[in-house]
Design a protein around this ligand. Structure first.
Ligand code: IPE
Ligand code: MG
Length: 223
């Protein structure tokens, strides 16, 4: 969800206005996924590296997150969306954590779209956490190192309950992964749009999915 800052700058507004507009764009995307019967949507809302931004911006983003969760949970319930989160969630301010867990619990029974927020998320951290978790299992004698394979390692990542993404959409024209789901994106189709995240609409989502439909996925094999 990149480009909030540029969206605001283009209008001579403070960066936080871009983030607020970005939060509104989430609704379009969630609705679009519902229309398309997409099962999982992961939004890279706040990276582990984003903590390094100026304190005022970080604070404003945390307040926005808390408010977003509080205000949008009824809408998530109405739309049958199940909320989940990945990342080092304990890094979030207490009030955010409480609201997040409340929203997750309230939507736990929904069986439509699973909306996964990546918060204080970093893929390298996730992989390191996964390795530590595997090592613990070895130390406790539950598994033998020779048993480790791709499938088992995947079960030690934050994303263990979700399938690997089919499609990655990057907004604002940047051509990098920025430490997002490095392991899980191995065979994901990538789609880059120059649209800034706050301008990203349902139609943009549909265009991305249509383009995805034309791709030939070979997973390293031949057709
Ligand atoms: C992405 O927008 C939102 C967050 C990281 C929270 P940016 O804030 O990175 O927007 P630009 O890159 O400055 O335009
Ligand atoms: Mg950015």
């Amino acid at each position: 969800m990149d480009g909030n800052g540029r969206w605001a700058k283009n209008r001579g507004l403070p960066r936080i206005k871009g983030h607020e507009q970005g939060a509104d764009a989430v609704r379009e995307c969630v609705e679009g996924c519902g229309d398309l019967k997409i099962e999982f949507l992961t939004l890279y809302a706040f990276s582990a590296e984003n903590w390094g931004r100026p304190k005022t911006e970080v604070l404003a983003l945390m307040h926005l997150l808390e408010r977003f969760l509080k205000e949008k949970t009824p809408e998530l319930l109405e739309k049958n969306v199940r909320l989940q989160a990945i990342g080092r969630l304990t890094d979030l301010p207490d009030a955010c954590q409480r609201q997040l867990h409340k929203s997750i619990e309230r939507t736990a029974g929904n069986n439509g779209l699973t909306l996964i927020l990546a918060l204080s998320y970093g893929s390298r951290l996730e992989i390191i956490d996964g390795i530590k978790s595997l090592l613990r299992q070895i130390e406790e004698g539950h598994i033998d190192s020779a048993m480790i394979d791709v499938e088992m390692f995947s079960k030690h990542l934050y994303t263990r309950y979700y399938p690997d993404p089919d499609l990655l959409i990057r907004t604002s024209g940047e051509l990098r992964l920025s430490n997002f789901l490095l392991w899980q994106l191995s065979y994901t189709e990538m789609y880059v749009t120059t649209k800034l995240w706050p301008d990203f609409t349902k139609d943009d989502l549909f265009a991305a999915v249509e383009e995805f439909g034309k791709r030939q996925r070979r997973y390293g094999g031949v057709l």
